[in-house]
Design a binder for this molecule. Structure first.
Ligand code: G3P
Length: 478
């Protein structure tokens, strides 16, 4: 029987009164590896009440002290990288080295956020009335940034630690309380990460982590009157949340269909390396993975050959062995990916490798000559399966990219910088990378999706600014 991990509320580790648990299935063994508490709505209410009280005191805690605690948590997090990475390997089949990188990157993110916070939150604004027509110099307006209250953070399975701290750290430095609802796969890694914040000595109730079934506490959390801001990363659930949430700021990142546009004058070795890295890192389970290659027909054969040869070197197997391609997160995810592959097969796509699957493990697959009538031309596999669409003009590539309902990132490969800038301007995506695969990091860069890919902008500075309101005090002279 797997141990049932406790949830974190009011500064302590608790068992849920539900006496129920949620199983976390190891994607590699497909057996229950961990269990977490199935929290009740009543327990969520308690967490919200405690968060509200703790936040009031936290908002009055000097900014440098808040930063000090975050730096402490960052150091503890890095010290605990091994056990946390171990959970990532078992819960989400992240390759061992990448799992360690995620934790270290998270520690760096927390420290950077503390530093950025003391700078940008330590600065206010003074306006004087006589710059607006008809006014004398009789009013002085002092503005500063104040916290929103309680921030609800909901990260996805693919970065349960990094995409949790990218919400937690900005919320805390800005003076907010934080309630974390981790993804089921990745919940135990998230609980360990929260323990690092616990060890750093944050006040009781300020941070909490509730685990449980989305069907029982999902809507209850996102529609809770005690929540003053939601920061969510994930799939379509985000669209449903945005429709149900109240009048509160929302930060959302909901996936993408990042296109890689390749022109004839591109460095084709660089293109091939980035297609493989961008398409197959963490088995394609990244919002920013390259999800469709739009390549000029005249260079397509050469690039396909180069990509195939690089793909042949990818190792396939368990995350413990640090393989490049590891089992995808759930059986239903593997089934979905398979559905896209079979649809492409029926409609005549060229398979550059044989399709192979064992359990949740899917071998990397390149599909050439994909056409717009195939589902994989538009849908996000979130797996190691990459479609290539051959194009005959730049306009055709831009058109395909912009016809997507997603608009997260995209990339363009060319040696002509003027063309690159023009294509970047024409692509309806939150970010365009020139001569490199899409990526969110470095974590202080702005990160945002247009259309169904999201609401608002992330990245450390933008997240801090999103989790505050402006408050003004006006001094009126006689
Ligand atoms: O899938 C989540 C998204 O934030 C990807 O991040 O660092 O892999 O580009 P990254």
């Amino acid at each position: 029987e797997a141990e049932v991990y406790k949830y974190y509320a009011e500064g302590e580790w608790r068992k849920s009164s539900s006496a129920k648990s949620v199983s976390i299935i190891n994607p590699t063994t497909r057996k229950t590896h961990f269990k977490v508490q199935a929290c009740t709505q009543e327990e969520v209410n308690k967490v919200m009440d405690a968060a509200k009280v703790a936040q009031k005191a936290w908002a009055r805690t000097p900014l440098w002290k808040r930063a000090e605690l975050l730096h402490k948590a960052a150091a503890i997090l890095k010290d605990h990288k091994a056990p946390i990475a171990h959970c990532l390997v078992k819960e989400i089949a992240k390759p061992a080295k990448d799992a360690v990188t995620e934790v270290v990157r998270s520690g760096d993110l927390v420290s950077y956020t503390a530093e950025e916070g003391v700078r940008i939150l330590g600065e206010g604004k003074l306006l004087v009335s006589d710059s607006f027509p008809g006014n004398e110099r009789s009013k002085y307006c002092l503005s500063s940034k104040i916290p929103l209250g309680v921030v609800l953070a909901i990260p996805p399975f693919n970065y349960p630690v990094n995409l949790a701290v990218s919400k937690i750290a900005p919320a805390l430095i800005a003076g907010n309380a934080l309630v974390l609802k981790p993804p089921t796969q990745g919940a135990v890694a998230a609980l360990h990460m929260i323990h690092c914040f616990h060890l750093a000595g944050f006040p009781k109730g300020l941070i909490s982590c509730v685990t449980g079934k989305g069907s029982e506490i999902g809507d209850f959390l996102t529609m809770h009157p005690g929540v003053n801001c939601i920061s969510f990363t994930g799939g379509d659930t985000g669209i449903a949340i945005s429709k149900k949430a109240g009048m509160i700021p929302l930060q959302m990142e909901l996936g993408g269909k990042d296109a890689c546009i390749v022109l004839e004058d591109a460095d084709l070795d660089l293109v091939a390396a980035n297609i493989v890295k961008g398409g197959f890192s963490y088995s394609g389970q990244r919002c920013t993975a390259v999800k469709v290659v739009l390549i000029m027909d005249s260079v397509a054969d050469e690039v396909v050959e180069k990509v195939k040869s690089k793909m042949g070197k990818l190792t396939v197997g368990p995350p413990e062995d640090d393989c490049d391609i590891t089992p995808v997160v759930t059986e239903s995810s593997a089934n979905f990916i398979e559905g896209l592959v079979m649809d492409a097969k029926e409609k005549g796509a060229t398979f550059c490798q044989e399709y192979r699957r064992e359990g949740n493990l899917i071998w990397p697959l390149l599909l050439d000559h994909v056409r717009p009538d195939m589902r994989i031309a538009w849908e996000e596999p979130f797996g190691p399966v990459l479609p290539i669409i051959r194009i005959h003009s730049v306009e055709e590539g831009i058109h395909h990219c912009n016809a997507s309902n997603f608009g997260l990132q995209g990339c363009v490969f060319t040696s002509d910088i003027n063309k690159a800038i023009m294509i970047s301007d024409a692509m309806e995506t939150g970010t365009v990378q020139i001569n490199s695969a899409p990526a969110r990091g470095p974590d202080h860069f702005p990160f945002q999706g247009l259309k169904d890919s999201g609401i608002g902008s992330q990245g450390i500075t933008n997240s801090i600014n999103m989790m505050v309101k402006v408050k003004s005090t006006v001094i009126n002279l006689p």
